[in-house]
Design a protein around this ligand. Structure first.
Ligand code: RB5
Length: 142
């Protein structure tokens, strides 16, 4: 799987570890910034990543901010992006299996590296189940 990853200043400290986790699971990762602790606006990075994922069919994204909330709100403004704010392996599994989510969001100030690792593993290990969920996912778009 090819992943784009982006964060704001509040997600910067954990981003390199997340890139390594994704690569260790055999994924290709493209880093879209930010690349320092200097304050930035999370929507700028959520929009940049969402556009990249939509252009690159079949790719997925990871967005990190302080809570994951601002990133998920911003990414979900893009038609075709289904960004899921995940707090644990269960929500990550369900986001993929039932919602066909294509952008994983979480908050560096909410989850530690151990939980993040289990979130990413669950996300990578889970495919969309389709079936009764496919119609529901289609209905998300207005
Ligand atoms: C930055 O302080 C913080 O507001 C941002 O990272 C994010 O948590 C917003 O949803």
């Amino acid at each position: 799987m090819k992943f784009y990853i982006a964060c704001d200043h509040a997600g910067f400290d954990i981003k390199d570890s997340v890139i390594k986790i994704l690569e260790d699971f055999g994924n290709e990762v493209v880093n879209l910034g930010t690349n320092s602790k200097e304050r930035v606006d999370y929507p700028d990075f959520a929009h940049k990543l969402s556009e990249a994922v939509l252009k690159d069919k079949g790719s997925q994204g990871v967005l990190i901010c302080g809570t994951g909330i601002g990133m998920s709100l911003s990414a979900n403004k893009h038609k075709g992006i289904r960004a899921a704010l995940c707090h644990d392996a269960y929500t990550a599994t369900m986001a993929r299996a039932h919602n066909d989510a294509n952008v994983l969001c979480f908050g560096e100030r909410v989850v530690g590296l151990g939980v993040v690792s289990s979130i990413v593993q669950a996300w990578c290990d889970t495919s969309f189940e389709g079936g009764r969920h496919a119609n529901r996912v289609q209905k998300i778009e207005l």
